[in-house]
Design a protein around this ligand. Structure first.
Ligand code: AMP
Length: 283
């Protein structure tokens, strides 16, 4: 079948009905577009695991708060289509807002507790928007496998919880964060950075790596590690910290002492651009 972009739900469903009838497995990568290597790594993995790869490109208004960058978020469908198709995508679903949220839309999906901290605390309603749109997309695509990036670790863990709790018959894969050569996590939002901000931004990953090194040397106290990361990030005058936190990977609740697997996560503004990054540590 020729590679295709569809905008309507009925078109998506009719193509996928045939794919399923041919006993093909379906891999799915939800995105907001403006694709980069991070997205493409997910698409390529889906292509390795599955017979047919669907991606969605939808800037989901539900997951943006008032005053956030919904209107400015970069959109470039034909550029994205070339990249996606060249990396193993078979079908792009790029719906309009009206197609996803017709008048009268009133149902939301919310995963409790896991969104209390980190980005959930800074962006009220954000994860409710994410889980609602991902539920809709899962119901539309009905994939066998779905792929998410560790870059958005809290999102990935919330979706894993939702899939388990709501019995979606989908295997969730969380793939490593793809970085620029200087360590900056790839993000569609990096395009907002001016030259000075772009030069400053690798401080995030540098600080996370320095904290990991401290843990290797025996540091276990979360408050000391948070203070250490905060100090390192503040050495960069353009960096304005939203949060630095360390949470238990099991429940995403802040931990006092690091034991088992922990997520060290940061959100920092450079000008009006808010960037996030994280690493997982295990002791
Ligand atoms: P987005 O378009 O930002 O909503 O991201 C779509 C998917 O790509 C999400 O699962 C993200 O976690 C993932 N992703 C974004 N940036 C990266 C990255 N640098 N490395 C790996 N995955 C990423």
């Amino acid at each position: 079948m020729a590679k295709k972009i569809v905008h309507r739900i009925y078109e998506l469903r009719s193509i996928l009905r045939e794919i399923r009838a041919a006993q093909k497995t379906i891999g799915f990568v939800p995105t907001m577009g403006y694709l980069h290597e991070g997205h493409l790594s997910l698409i390529r993995q889906a292509g390795k695991d599955c017979d047919f790869v669907v991606i969605s490109i939808f800037v989901n208004p539900l997951q943006f708060g008032a005053g956030e960058d919904y209107a400015e978020y970069p959109r470039a469908l034909s550029r994205d289509a070339k990249l996606a198709f060249a990396n193993g995508c078979d079908l792009i679903f790029a719906p309009t807002v009206k197609e996803m949220y017709p008048q009268g839309f009133a149902t939301f999906v919310e995963v409790e507790r896991l969104s209390e901290h980190l980005c959930g605390a800074s962006r009220p309603g954000h994860f409710r928007g994410v889980t609602t749109v991902v539920t809709k997309l899962f119901n539309l695509v009905e994939p066998d496998h779905a792929y998410f990036g560790q870059k958005d670790a809290q999102q990935a863990f919330i979706i894993k919880r939702m899939v388990a709790d709501l019995n979606f018959d989908i295997t969730i894969h969380i793939l490593p964060t793809v970085r620029e050569t200087d360590g900056l996590a790839m993000s569609s939002r990096n395009t907002y950075l001016n030259q000075k901000e772009r030069q400053a931004a690798p401080v995030l990953y540098r600080s996370l790596c320095a904290a990991k090194e401290k843990i290797t040397q025996g540091e276990r106290d979360a408050a000391s590690l948070i203070a250490y990361i905060t100090k390192l990030i503040k050495q960069e005058p353009l960096a304005d910290i939203d949060y630095v936190n360390i949470v238990d990977l099991e429940n995403l609740q802040p931990c006092k002492k690091i034991s088992g697997k922990a997520l060290i996560a940061v959100a920092v503004r450079f000008g009006s651009t808010r960037l996030i990054d994280n690493i997982i540590v295990e002791v």
